[in-house]
Design a protein around this ligand. Sequence first.
Ligand code: SAH
Ligand code: AVI
Length: 361
Amino acid sequence: MAAWSEARVRSMRGTDGATEARIACPAGAAADSEWTDGERLDGECPVGSPSPAFRADVLAGLSARLRAIPARWFYDRRGSELFEAITRLPEYYLTRVERSILAAHAADIAALTGSGCVVVEFGSGSSAKTPLLLSAVAPSAYVPIDISGEFLLDSAAALAKQFPELPIHPVEGDFLHPLELPPSAGNARRLGFFPGSTIGNMTAAAAVGLLRAMADTLGQGSKLLIGIDRIKPANVLIPAYDDAQGVTAEFNLNLLHRINRELDGTLPIGAFRHVALWNDTEARIEMHLEATRDVSFTVDGHPFGMSKGKTIHTENSHKYGERDARLLLRAGTWTPVAEWTDRDGLFALILAEARPVPAAP
Ligand code: SAH
Ligand code: AVI
């Protein structure tokens, strides 16, 4: 396995920020061989240079019959900041409700997980909910993983101030690629943390693949605390993804700014509008960018055209019923052991354990 493929790894301990920084660099740069075994890895190292994976996904996505770009590319620094702004919107109930569930049940969670584990957070973003968990479970180390590198390091530095004794090992990378945890995080039992219903941004097949990969990464007997948004009426869901202030629209359109900036694009951003719709068959909110007139543009020298009304599909946000969520976890080799929700049943926080799948009867 290409450990740390496309990942930059830094270790951080104590109050003074990155006192000990090591970077596992992909090919072409001075790779730190400690975690790569001297293996040449794909990609480019210099921070700030365009990602070949981003370029490949955008060119392929714009060439497809149904244009689509993976949602993970929303998260450059501006995208991460806009997502933080979304979490504060009155319409975006997800963050508020999940945080309230976590606050109400942190002690119950800790009673089931015990203390001293390594908390590994997938898609940690600002790590805003994490202090509630860390205070309750008193971990031996914290490993936040996120694709948005600069934002990850700033968030980790802020958290280090709040938890000066806690070793923090941020990992910049794509959690959809194989990952091994930094050896410096230690061998204590692992507790995965995957809040925010980020699992909903994957198709069911991709979600199952990711859950299985997480079980491999975290190990048998480890636990996973996962936040999953529930199915609810479209008149609640749509405003959550098409808010009155237009922040979600800006978040969606930022993808086009990113393409223009990083991939030498000429997309006429004013000729696109944000669309959020509820796809009942697939039980998901879909976000699209719709051309409001016929447009033509180039990306990295490649020409593209779109007729008025055509869209680029930029995100799915799947919602799960109570049993659907448990079935998804089981398919991903995680056995649910406890579940908490809010009074209105808007959102669920599920604790699951990685157990071998029993033979079918
Ligand atoms: N966990 C936070 C943030 C959720 S936003 C919360 O609950 O509020 C989703 C986060 O996942 C973003 O920070 C984004 O950068 C990250 N992310 C999305 N896709 C990713 C991927 N494939 N690999 C790593 N991080 C990813
Ligand atoms: C990160 N993810 C779970 C968010 C969601 O709700 O699907 C991203 C988001 N997209 C629009 N608003 C928020």
